[in-house]
Design a protein. Structure first.
Length: 218
């Protein structure tokens, strides 16, 4: 469900329209549009072996489980190309975001002139993270590789990477997964299948729609 503040201020509207304007741009391989988001996932193991499905009986799973830590999932999604890339890390720090952005810049889209990046305002999602991770010359080079567009506060639903993360959870992660190796294998299989099918997002929320929803109440 989209949640728009009933009294959205000028900053919210400005950032929202900026993102919607980005989504109207045609596909350009030299300036690819990438939506980025991240989410944590607990690694949970079964404490007792589940009872398998039987005729007329569903699988039975004990409510107790063993915690095996957490992992962080970085989603990079190109909505116009129908391609996504996922990387997982054991934590979510500035250095992790910076390293993922370096992979995006130098490996996934090395031929691009500029990468148009849409993401939320998490405190690690900033160019300063490059300077916390790399030498100044490298940080400066990477910072010039990106054109940043932030979704407004309470407007993270504008980030199409959230749609992909929702699909990932529903189709792949909505159950207990015990360790990082299993998680990575299943996530990458999911990525490969959707990339092979060139799954895109049919985005229909426009600036005109936004202005109707955000019109002042009498």
């Amino acid at each position: 469900m989209w949640c728009i503040p009933p009294k959205a201020d000028g900053a919210f509207v400005c950032q929202m329209e900026e993102v919607l304007d980005v989504y109207k741009r045609p596909y350009d391989p030299k300036r690819p549009q990438i939506c980025m988001d991240e989410m944590p996932k607990q690694l949970l193991a079964e404490k007792y072996e589940p009872v398998a499905v039987q005729p007329g009986q569903p699988q039975k799973q004990d409510y107790e489980y063993e915690r095996h830590g957490t992992t962080n999932i970085f989603m990079l999604f190109g909505p116009l190309a129908g391609k996504r890339y996922i990387e997982t890390n054991s934590h979510r720090k500035a250095v992790d975001w910076a390293q993922v952005m370096k992979t995006l810049s130098d490996e996934l889209y090395s031929q691009a002139e500029v990468i148009v990046l849409v993401m939320d305002n998490l405190n690690t999602h900033k160019l300063a993270s490059f300077y916390e991770t790399f030498e100044p010359e490298e940080a400066h080079r990477l910072s010039r590789r990106f054109e940043l567009h932030y979704t407004p506060k309470h407007g993270s639903w504008l980030n199409m990477a959230e749609i992909e993360l929702s699909a990932l959870v529903r189709q792949c992660l909505n159950r207990r997964i015990a360790d990082q190796q299993i998680l990575d294998a299943e996530v990458q299989a999911w990525v490969q299948e959707r990339n092979d099918q060139v799954v895109k997002v049919d985005w229909r929320f426009t600036t005109a729609d936004a202005r109707i929803k955000l019109r002042p109440y009498p």
